[in-house]
Design a protein around this ligand. Sequence first.
Ligand code: 4AD
Ligand code: MG
Length: 429
Amino acid sequence: MYIYINEASHHLGDEVEIRGWLYNKRSSGKLHFLILRDGTGLMQAVVSKKEVSEEAFETSGNLTQECSLIVTGKVSEEPRSPGGYELHVTDVKLVGKSEDYPITPKEHGIEFLLDHRHLWLRSKRQHAILKVRAETAAAMREYLNSRGFVNLDTPIFTPNACEGTSDLFETEYFGGSAYLAQSGQLYSEAAIMSFGKVYCFGPTFRSEKSKTRRHLTEFWMLEPEVAWLDLDGCMDLEEDFIVEVVARVLDRCAEELKVLGRDTSVLEKVQKPFPRITYDRAAEILKEKGADFTYGTDFGGADETILGESFDRPVFIHHWPADIKAFYMKRDPNDYSKALAVDLLASEGHGELIGGSQREDDLDELLKRLKEHDLPQKYFEWYLDLRRYGSVPHSGFGLGFERTVGWICGTPHIRETILFPRLMHRLEP
Ligand code: 4AD
Ligand code: MG
């Protein structure tokens, strides 16, 4: 009977077949200890010379790292085997050989590993990170689906910028130009006027010329957008969302987080309420801590780290100088110089996880903003229509998915949190 390794506990004493790859092997005279992996876990298989055919014993002795194989044997409990179960082998078949596998147990440089990303994925650590990624995505979708958010997918080819023109990817489009989407937000704003609350979750693109550990050129963003929601409501939603998602990942990915050596006490502290401070207060904190920061500018990576480390859980920074924020953000009616914007910064130097805001819902104000930002009105006529026909107060946010996974896993660089990272100097494999 063919089973997966993570089903072994249901087959104690049964003769089963495991199909997988050879993770590791050690031999001592009449015994070969094979460590198998099949995607669901690792398992030790013991090949004893007196219990298998001569041919099977010889095959076992010649198996090399990452060859694919089918192993038949009896399942028994063995606390020293990874996963707690062991296979007493009756037969071994080599399926696909693997000679001179490039990634050996010795240390490799990061560029070498990235060049071999297609193979690196098989390592324990990469497997764990990507499992956490998948679980995090599922948790996020479930949170929103179970609260009546409608998942709608926004376009990737766009005629205009959403988040500023400096890092747009331009592509030829039938004799004209198109840009790869930096965010689905503007389209989701149209969708909420039909559905009330929606979210999009897909790849977004920025030709970031910065080579930092927090930037990819292609990354995934989860963007909820909600009609009749103000800035405070937006923070409430983000907070509740993060707390629930982190709790579910802690619960379902305990094994993976252990493999990653993650200090989960940090994640257990992710409880309501998150501190909420203004940009002005954040600027004071930076000054108190001696950061090289100019009031009125955006925070740099180092500033975000200092701010993130000033609190034991994620921190909201709201009421930003309007001049440095996107055109669609609503101004504070009590202080016109400030935008009703909020960033959520992670602890431990993982930086900005979420950017959100209340959107400008007034037609004339929005027209002014487009002019100030030098954006061509003709491309935004459809967006302006949303203010012409039944405008409502509304808010939303965009969560950087890889940064969030990196924070949950405690990985310093987000390049490990996506299957095949796209970076300024890397488009392959
Ligand atoms: O703050 P940003 O630019 O916000 C928006 O795009 C809004 N339109 C979202 C919205 O309100 N619907 O980007 C959102 C998040 C950031 O907080 C960050 O976590 C992530 O996206 N992000 C990146 N992640 C990886 N690589 C990059 N180059 C990123 N740029 C932004
Ligand atoms: Mg931002």
